[in-house]
Design a protein around this ligand. Structure first.
Ligand code: ZN
Length: 273
């Protein structure tokens, strides 16, 4: 049988088109298949979440001291050596380092060496005026928490002056010199004098320099409760007017190894070291 040249041409064209369509369909299906993970394939997901806002909680199986030193190590990158002046100050004022509010700035070490270093640190703080005061400044989150406590119940400042709140290096030096003599600092450094730390902080170490402390006139349990509920606690035993912004609720303080110490009916949260 002889196929007409016209018909032969048509058959070739159809075959060619069919082949192209076939190749195209196969390519598409291979492509689609390659886009879908097979059930057995392992998908490696890169975790791109930034962990800045995540809190560091120490392993709860560790003892109090280890839990506290763990958070200090996390915040300060090095723990002051045992029995040094820095360690004594960490014991007295170190509760502050459990603070992990990303808006809060903590000092890079337990003692700021001089006025220059203090100014450099304070220049980077976001200080906010406490509502209803003329000159009481605190770090923003601490001020807001205190405002919130005061919206529940009135809580007066101790003197009403700026010294109740954030202080300059010069002010802390003046307070220190008022209560001590020329040999006191040396005795503190040698660990022979600790009582003074409840009365006044050595220059460069006051929580008032860090914008996270207040001196208040608290006279009843409702005021205490309002402060505690908003992250404010008494942390220096016998320094009754002194309140520290820790930024956690009471239950959380235990996670960082802080101990509650009741002295003359007042609950203080202190370091376990
Ligand atoms: Zn104070």
């Amino acid at each position: 049988m002889k196929i007409k040249p016209q018909l032969k041409k048509q058959i070739i064209n159809i075959a060619l088109i069919s082949f192209i369509v076939f190749i195209f369909t196969v390519s598409i299906s291979i492509y689609i298949k390659s886009r879908q993970p097979s059930p057995n394939s392992i998908i490696i997901k890169r975790d791109t979440k930034i962990s800045v806002n995540e809190n560091f909680i120490p392993n709860q199986e560790l003892n109090e001291e280890q839990r506290f030193l763990d958070i200090i190590n996390y915040q300060l990158k090095n723990i002051p050596a045992n029995d040094t002046y820095e360690y004594i100050l960490l014991r007295a004022y170190g509760t502050i380092f459990i603070n992990q509010n990303p808006e809060i700035k903590l000092p890079p070490k337990v003692i700021l060496d001089n006025e220059e270093e203090t100014v450099k640190f304070q220049d980077n703080l976001q200080l906010t005026l406490v509502e209803g005061t003329a000159e009481c400044y605190l770090q923003k989150a601490a001020a807001e928490a205190f405002n919130k406590a005061r919206s529940i119940i009135d809580i007066p400042l101790k003197s009403g002056y700026s010294g109740d709140c954030t202080r300059s290096y010069a002010t802390t030096l003046r307070f220190w010199q008022k209560y001590t003599n020329s040999s006191t600092l040396e005795q503190v450094k040698q660990g022979k004098e600790t009582n003074i730390l409840s009365l006044v902080a050595p220059p460069g170490t006051s929580q008032h320099l860090w914008g996270l402390a207040l001196d208040l006139r608290v006279s009843n349990q409702e005021q205490r409760q309002a402060l505690n509920e908003n992250g404010w606690f008494q942390t220096v035993v016998k320094d009754t007017p002194h309140w520290t912004y820790l930024g956690w609720d009471e239950q959380s303080l235990i996670k960082f190894g802080l101990k509650n110490k009741i002295v003359q009916g007042i609950t203080y949260w202190v370091t376990p070291i």
